[in-house]
Design a protein around this ligand. Sequence first.
Ligand code: BGC
Length: 434
Amino acid sequence: MKNISDIKKGHDHNPLLFPKGFVWGTATSAHQVEGGNTNNDWCSWEQVKGHIANGDVSGSSTNHYELFDKDFDLAKKFGSNAHRLSIEWARLEPEEGKWDENEIEHYRKVFKALKKRRIKIMLTLNHFTLPMWVALKGGWTNKKNVARYQRFVERVIREYGNDIEWWITINEPVVYVTMSYIMGAWPPGKKSFLKAFKSFINLIRAHRSAYKTIHRVIGKNAKVGLANNIISLMSYGTDSWIDYAYVRIIDYIWNHAVYVFTKGYHDFLGVNYYFHQRIERKKGAWSNILVDVRHEKRERSDMGWEIYPHGIFEAVGHLKRYNLPIYITENGIAALNDDKRLRFIVGHLKELYHAIQSGIDIRGYFYWSLLDNFEWDKGFYPRFGIIGVDYATMKRAPRKSAYMFAEIAKRNGIEHKHLTYLGHKVGSHTEHVG
Ligand code: BGC
């Protein structure tokens, strides 16, 4: 305990330290950074006018497919002791049952490159894209594709199993189903509750079968999870029980249903946190209940998403009930103005620090993303990277946030100088309380 005279002396500069062995990394996905993915459902979707903002196509993207060595040098230099990436099914198995040995070798080199730098690997087996031939057979709406996915997973394990530290079976099943089968904004662009439901169930089956397969081949120490997009939710300034019911229902469907259906099939929970939603039901209106915060003049990302660091604290708090280790598998901001990113990263990490202090078992943090990249239907305008990419020259330019991320990761904690991005002033506080 501090005594009062210590407090009067002012600010103590103790860093907010994370637990020993905390994992620091960045994340990417194959289709978003590799370039040259011509054989999956996204590639053909991108060709249609109106599907992607500004008429962008993923094309060569950041050319990470060829530049991965350089990119991993940057990941290492800027503090990552782990990296999350995905493997492109369409490359490995371009036609049903035909395996491309060159592509298999390519990913072997990618994983070796990470291992050489002592960067641990978190591998996503499915990050939104499907091989064209799988999409033509109904994608995730077709139960038979679950067995095909399992065969692919088995091949990946046999090829690279020993190199992988953590497995993510599926990225954001609920986001996928919503965008592809409810909003119709992602391939195959359908709006059908029945198809949404079928694909959700098959994604659950896919997760379970991958979980079992990985454990069967690698053994009981395998670490398998999925990356779930968690929204922090609140009702907006009313005490209405109906609004409260809305919050609970959305919370169940969006945040928890996946866990209910996959109970017993997780070694850890992967959390992607981006969204905070305020909910308000206008009198007589039963839909359109999400509050648009523009009029509140809140700080938002370049994509209009509200920046709400405390939401990550709430998100992990609600997962305590599952009693499993948690990794933040994605958290990031699209911002050309890097000052926003500095505030964003420190703000979210500080909340995670407090969550850990409150007893939540958080083991690691992966910032989205290492590089600027192809942001699905939004194309290339959103800039998520701590490393900027000039798409004309493929030059990489580390942003200030990359240097800050490196300092925090290497120190394994947030120092007072980082808190100045949140408005802390040197020497102006009475006590440093984090
Ligand atoms: C996805 C990423 C995406 C990011 C930013 C996550 O939902 O997994 O692929 O780029 O959010 O929108």
